[in-house]
Design a protein around this ligand. Structure first.
Ligand SMILES: C[S@@+](CC[C@H](N)C(=O)[O-])C[C@H]1O[C@@H](n2cnc3c(N)ncnc32)[C@H](O)[C@@H]1O
Length: 280
């Protein structure tokens, strides 16, 4: 018991046991996540509806969206962005690792009579095949990748962009990192909850790695017959650091903002949004 509890509260080396995609594919948790995506007043999985509408307008303006525009949304979730681009006439594809979200996205596209290519796969390993005028990763999903995955993904995005194509994405800033507090807690639920449909314990550990500016959200769930742990690492960036990462991988960061709806960049904003192009 002591050994098991020690393991539960142990701080691992950065990226050890990383398995954040579990959040999106565990049958119970991914259903909860889909509920968050579709709640217009909840920011946890997709941004709130008001922000989302502003963000879609701003992104569409960046490429002068028209019927010839081609867009790839990485980590598209249930298609809240992709469906809107398609309604405005663009040819859209979305990739997401969550089977639940892609099933919803396809159902919604069919209902709305939209021709969207939704792909249920991991965008780090998937071959993109086609070329696009715009590729996006929205809601700071870039931050959950480890350095090798980020390098591989940037290489694939560079190859999949048309000559003047844009890569638009957002990341958490160093200020976000500073504002997160380390935490150790345990909670018991006698019915179901976010982490499990049955009686369970959840051990929540929030660890910070100051040198690398990484946050780890480590959740260990213990049910009567099963125990599992989700390690979700979140890398936060200084603005020069993310611009250098782009430059090292063949991108030029043309514009920076405080969020993905085009708010002007401010030093202490919690997120950074970037508009980048492939270097010529
Ligand atoms: C925070 S949500 C954002 C969803 C969407 N971009 C939005 O703003 O509405 C992150 C999404 O990325 C997906 N995702 C995470 N890692 C992924 C990966 N390696 N490959 C494909 N999808 C991934 C998740 O399933 C989830 O739908």
């Amino acid at each position: 018991m002591f050994k098991e509890l020690t393991e539960i509260f142990e701080k691992p080396q950065p990226y050890m046991h990383a398995n954040s995609t579990e959040l999106w594919n565990n049958p119970h948790i991914s259903t909860q996540m889909l509920g968050f995506h579709l709640d217009p007043n909840n920011d946890a999985a997709s941004r709130k509806k008001k922000f989302l509408d502003k963000s879609i307008d701003w992104i569409s303006g960046k490429i002068n969206l028209n019927p010839k525009s081609t867009i790839l949304d990485l980590g598209c979730g249930p298609g809240l962005y992709a469906n809107e681009y398609a309604k405005r006439g663009a040819k859209v594809a979305g990739i997401d690792v969550s089977t639940n979200s892609i099933a919803y996205a396809n159902k919604k596209a069919k209902e709305d009579k939209l021709d969207i290519e939704y792909i249920n796969d991991n965008y780090v390993t998937r071959d993109f095949r086609k070329k696009y005028d715009l590729i996006t990763i929205i809601h700071c999903d870039y931050c959950v990748l480890n350095p090798d995955e980020r390098r591989v993904l940037l290489e694939k995005i560079a190859k999949a962009l048309e000559e003047d194509g844009l890569f638009i994405f957002d990341v958490h800033s160093d200020d976000h990192f500073e504002n997160v507090r380390e935490k150790r807690s345990c909670h018991y639920s006698d019915s179901g909850g976010f982490w499990s449909p049955e009686a369970h314990f959840v051990f929540e550990n929030i660890f910070k790695y100051s040198d690398e500016r990484i946050i780890l959200e480590k959740h260990t769930v213990i049910e009567s017959m099963k125990k599992f742990t989700i390690h979700n690492y979140i890398k936060c960036f200084e603005i020069d650091e993310i611009k250098k990462e782009l430059a090292d991988n063949g991108f030029h960061a043309m514009e920076d903002y405080s969020d993905i709806s085009g708010t002007a960049y401010k030093r202490h904003a919690k997120d950074i949004a970037l508009v980048a192009k492939r270097m010529k």
